[in-house]
Structure formats: structure tokens, C-alpha cells
Design a protein around this ligand. Structure first.
Ligand SMILES: *[C@@H]1O[C@H](CO)[C@@H](O)[C@H](O)[C@H]1NC(C)=O
Ligand SMILES: *[C@@H]1O[C@H](CO)[C@@H](O)[C@H](O)[C@H]1NC(C)=O
Length: 420
């Protein structure tokens, strides 16, 4: 009897309102989470179409303030920074070498099986470079050995609920400690590293790594990912942006070890994570980190801010970057303090807007006692090509040195594929 009742009722319940509602939700969930990766746009002319109409504002925005900087734990950050500097001093004293990095490519993947064709090609095309794939296991070993003086690093690393957070912190640590070239495993080598024209100052025959004097005194080379300071709020929502400008951290080059710019990034990642965890992480840590938080705790937002703010605190007030930033703000007023009414003299995005050629500042341009280790910023077309905004140019732009497939998230991938 009871069996019959079930037989009779089970199919019917599928058609009740609640039943179809649940099925519909499951269907949508399956669609969202099991959507395959979008077709690759590598060498695909779609990526080379002219940009769609972008809604823009009259006033650009050259400065953003991270919510994580409202109440930073200055004491903790200072302590971490000193501990990192101590490692640096010990390593350099022990090796009695200069701080120029060896030619080594670093990539991060869970294990060897996760490498795709792009990664194999990246290694194969750059035969003169050593190559290390940093797997989960190697990452833990690196922290337990080389970084053992700061156990907090491994603790925070292991505490992250998502791979993307771990991979972000790890890339900063690897390039800070070892120097060298970092690329995500979905980065395609449009040219070899040494034949990339934008990197010529580091590889032309003249600068000899053994004669410190002629080698550029630059610790970090970065590219541009987004450069749309005039973007309207709708434009930014369409692209899932929290900022209208930003630097790339899926490809980075550290010609010298122990970049103070990376040190500051690492310090902030650790401090922001600690602060965020203490306020948000409860029973479901994996739900605590949404897209926006990841960008601000370990991703491009924190990286961009750490660099702009380290430049601001280390360059003399007469430096062209500060002058350009202050001049660009004259009609905007974002640098005027609401309290004192005075103009804050600092570096904003303005010097990097619509950059046509690489710009470099050498370590020696900092004021005495403040180090930033030197920085080069490459125009967007070098590493950030293949995007239909920011005048990035297509994947086959003549100056392109890598093509990023943007395989990170289904959201961004499909959005770009369908809407450009
Ligand atoms: C590397 O060494 C040079 C020369 O001693 C120095 O000017 C530079 O600041 C150092 N760079 C870093 C990142 O420590
Ligand atoms: C730089 O640091 C040294 C040693 O810490 C100190 O003696 C000197 O006064 C500092 N110079 C400036 C300009 O702050």
C-alpha cells in the first residue's frame, strides 16, 4: 500500500510548483558551475576586433583607496617587514654575491599533470632559462626551509581556502626571494623572454650581469592589465572591475632579488589576510572570500597599491612621477585632504595612463634611507594584449611578448568571449 502511494506520488511531485522550482535551480547551478571553459581566443581574430563603445565619464580616476588601508595594523606590518629584511641580509651576506637574479622561470601548478601546452611551450621556447614548476609540495618545502624564520607565512598560506589565494602569495614570495621570471601556466610565449624588445635593457650584450655598474638597477618589471581611468560605473560593472586601472601579476619579472616592492606586497598580503580572517572567517572559510576580497587581499589590487604607495613613500617630492600625479589631479581634487585642504604629494596612476614605451626608475632615484629597488612599467600591449579595452591591442600586436588566455574564471572567460 505504502509502496503504491509512493509510486503514484513521486512522479507527480516533479510537477508541483516547488518541485519544478528546485529542478530549475539545480539546472541553473549545473549550467553555471559546469559550463566548459570558453573557446580559446588565441590567434582568434575576435580578439582583434575594434573595442566596443565604452561609456566614459568626463573626470578620470587616478587613485583608489583600499578598504584594507583604513585601519592597517602598522605594528604588525613593521614587524613582518623587518623579519623579511633580516632574511634578505642573511642570504646576501652568506652568498657574498650581488643581488642580480639567475635566469629562472617560475610557474605554479598543483602538480605536473596540471601543466597544459602553454606551459610546456613557455619552458621549451626559453631554453637558456632554468625552469621550476612549483607544486604544492615544493611550495610547502620552500616555506619550511628558506622562509622558516617567519613561520606565519606557511601558516597563512595553508589556511587559505582557495588555490588562487595561495598561488598569489607564492608568486610574490618566489620572486622576492629568488628573483627571475614568473608566468601563470595559461600564459603563451608570443616571443622568448630575451627577444622581447621591451626587456632589451636587461638582455642586450652590453649590460653584463657580472659588472653591476652597467646592469639596470631595477628589481621589478611589471605590465599593465587595465587602463581605463575614465570608465563609468556601468562600464566597470560590465567588466567585473573593482578598479579602473591596475597592474598585471600573472606575469612578472624580477631582475634582482629581494625587491622592496615585492616585500611590501608580501607584508600587506599577510597583514590583510590576518585582519580579514579575524573579522570574517567563521565556519565556512571558503565562502568568506568573494571575488572582490581576493583582489584586495592577495590579487592585482593589493599589488598595484603596494607598488604605487612604495613609490610615493620613497621618491623625492621633486620626482617627475609625483609632479605628473599632482598635475593630473589639479582639476580632479582626489589628492586634496578633506581635513587639511592640502594636496597630498604622491604617485597615482596618472604617470602610467596610456603609456606608449616602457618607463623605468632606478633604485638610486629613491631618497636616502628609503628603498624601492627600481621599477620598470611596460605598456599594456606587451603583456596585457588580447583585451578589448584600455587600447590593449590584439594577441598579435607587434609589441606583444606574451598572450594571456584569461582562463582563470568561467565568468570572465565567457563574458569576454561573448561580449568582448
Ligand atoms: C641591489 O644592489 C644594488 C647595488 O648594490 C642596490 O643599489 C640595489 O638597491 C639592490 N637592489 C635590491 C632590490 O636590493
Ligand atoms: C639614514 O639612516 C642612518 C642609519 O640608520 C642614519 O644615521 C641617518 O641619519 C639616516 N639619514 C637620513 C637622511 O634619514
Amino acid at each position: 500500500m505504502s509502496l503504491r502511494r509512493i509510486r503514484v506520488h513521486a512522479p507527480r511531485c516533479l510537477f508541483t510548483r516547488r518541485g519544478s522550482c528546485i529542478i530549475f535551480i539545480i539546472f541553473i547551478w549545473l549550467l553555471f558551475y559546469h559550463l566548459p571553459a570558453p573557446p580559446s581566443t588565441q590567434n582568434n581574430t575576435r580578439a582583434d576586433r575594434p573595442p566596443p563603445e565604452h561609456r566614459v565619464e568626463d573626470t578620470p580616476r587616478f587613485i583608489y583607496r583600499s578598504p584594507f588601508r583604513n585601519n592597517p595594523d602598522v605594528q604588525y606590518e613593521k614587524q613582518l617587514s623587518n623579519a623579511l629584511e633580516k632574511i634578505e641580509k642573511a642570504v646576501l651576506a652568506q652568498s657574498q654575491e650581488n643581488n642580480i637574479s639567475e635566469d629562472r622561470i617560475w610557474q605554479i601548478a598543483k602538480n605536473e599533470k596540471h601543466r597544459g601546452d602553454d606551459s610546456i611551450m613557455f619552458e621549451g621556447k626559453n631554453k637558456e632559462w632554468e625552469y621550476t614548476l612549483v607544486t604544492d609540495k615544493k611550495a610547502i618545502e620552500f616555506m619550511a626551509n628558506e622562509l622558516s624564520a617567519i613561520p606565519e607565512i606557511a601558516i597563512i598560506y595553508k589556511s587559505y581556502p582557495h588555490n588562487v589565494l595561495r598561488a598569489d602569495l607564492l608568486r610574490y614570495l618566489l620572486l622576492w626571494y629568488h628573483g627571475g621570471f614568473y608566468a601563470d601556466i595559461d600564459v603563451f610565449p608570443a616571443r622568448t623572454i630575451k627577444t622581447c624588445p621591451a626587456l632589451e635593457p636587461f638582455f642586450s650584450p652590453t649590460p653584463d650581469k657580472n659588472t653591476q655598474d652597467t646592469y639596470p638597477d631595477v628589481s621589478l618589471v611589471v605590465g599593465i592589465e587595465v587602463d581605463e581611468p575614465y570608465a563609468s560605473p556601468q562600464f566597470m560593472r560590465d567588466w567585473h572591475w573593482t578598479r579602473s586601472y591596475g597592474l598585471i601579476q600573472y606575469t612578472m619579472y624580477a631582475p634582482r632579488r629581494f625587491s622592496p616592492l615585492l616585500r611590501e606586497t608580501i607584508v600587506r598580503v599577510l597583514a590583510h589576510t590576518r585582519q580579514y580572517n579575524s573579522e570574517h572567517v567563521g565556519f565556512f572559510p571558503s565562502l568568506a572570500y568573494d571575488e572582490k576580497t581576493i583582489l584586495g587581499v592577495t590579487g592585482p589590487d593589493i599589488f598595484t597599491d603596494a607598488i604605487l604607495e612604495t613609490l610615493s613613500s620613497s621618491l623625492p617630492l621633486t620626482h617627475p612621477f609625483i609632479q605628473q600625479s599632482v598635475d593630473a589631479d589639479a582639476d580632479i581634487g582626489d589628492l586634496i585632504s578633506p581635513v587639511t585642504g592640502e594636496v597630498q604629494k604622491r604617485v597615482t596612476w596618472a604617470p602610467f595612463h596610456r603609456l606608449r614605451d616602457p618607463v623605468c626608475i632606478q633604485a638610486g632615484e629613491a631618497v636616502p634611507n628609503k628603498s624601492m629597488g627600481g621599477l620598470c612599467v611596460l605598456p599594456i600591449s606587451i603583456w596585457g594584449n588580447g583585451q578589448r579595452h584600455s587600447q590593449a591591442g590584439g594577441f598579435n600586436h607587434p609589441k606583444a611578448c606574451v598572450n594571456h588566455r584569461f582562463g582563470r574564471t568561467w565568468k570572465k572567460g565567457w563574458w569576454e568571449y561573448i561580449f568582448g
